[in-house]
Design a protein around this ligand. Structure first.
Ligand code: GLN
Length: 193
């Protein structure tokens, strides 16, 4: 099992560590030719979505990645990665990959709550470590999208078939259960876990 991690900006190294701990090989995607290697899943890390979207276009990786996701490549997105996947951004005219049927508001928690840490539920898992860092909010998701996590009435994680997206960072602690869920459900296709 090889997990490719988009490595143009953001906390890609933390994601690599998580997937290595789970026994995966990892591959950094830094330029278009990296996409020619074979891999089973793609991780879109947190960081700055505007910069990441711009680099994807400038490095000519945008269309290939978008097509692969639409063709069923399992993708796990955290925070800025979720903004890249969203079909609609509520406060920004730019749409990036636009493969996931959600509407997202960037930096939705305001200055006071710019960063915070909680233990929350994710699917059937309890007390999962979640760091929110200038996090977006998922304000709408289309029917049929599975909501996996919520915090104070706000949706914080969703899955639509091969796409898993969350507004928090699960990769900053030692809790590996969100990445394990991704491998089990989105990559291996188990229906429950
Ligand atoms: N605020 C960032 C953005 O809009 C996302 C922050 C993050 O990935 N932690 O892109």
């Amino acid at each position: 099992m090889k997990a490719a991690v988009l490595a143009v900006q953001g906390d890609f190294a933390e994601h690599e560590n998580v997937f290595r701990k789970l026994g995966c090989d990892t591959l950094q995607i830094r330029q278009k030719r990296d996409l020619e290697q074979s891999f089973d899943a793609l991780i879109l890390p947190g960081g700055e979505s505007t910069v990441q979207g711009k680099l994807l276009r400038e490095l000519d990786m945008f269309d290939t990645i978008r097509t692969r996701i639409l063709d069923g490549l399992p993708v796990m997105a955290t925070c800025a990665g979720t903004i890249l996947l969203a079909k609609q951004l509520l406060d920004d005219p730019t749409i990036h990959l636009g493969t996931l049927d959600i509407a997202v508001r960037r930096n939705a928690y305001g200055r006071q709550l710019a960063s915070f840490h909680i233990s929350g539920s994710f699917g059937t898992s309890k007390d999962v470590s979640m760091s929110f860092i200038r996090a977006p909010q998922i304000e709408f998701c289309a029917p049929g999208i599975e909501v996996l996590s919520e915090h104070q009435g706000r949706i914080t994680a969703v899955r639509q078939n091969n796409q898993l997206a969350m507004t928090f960072h699960p990769e900053l602690g030692t809790d590996l259960r969100v990445a394990q869920y991704f491998l089990d459900v989105c990559v291996s296709g188990k229906t429950t876990c």
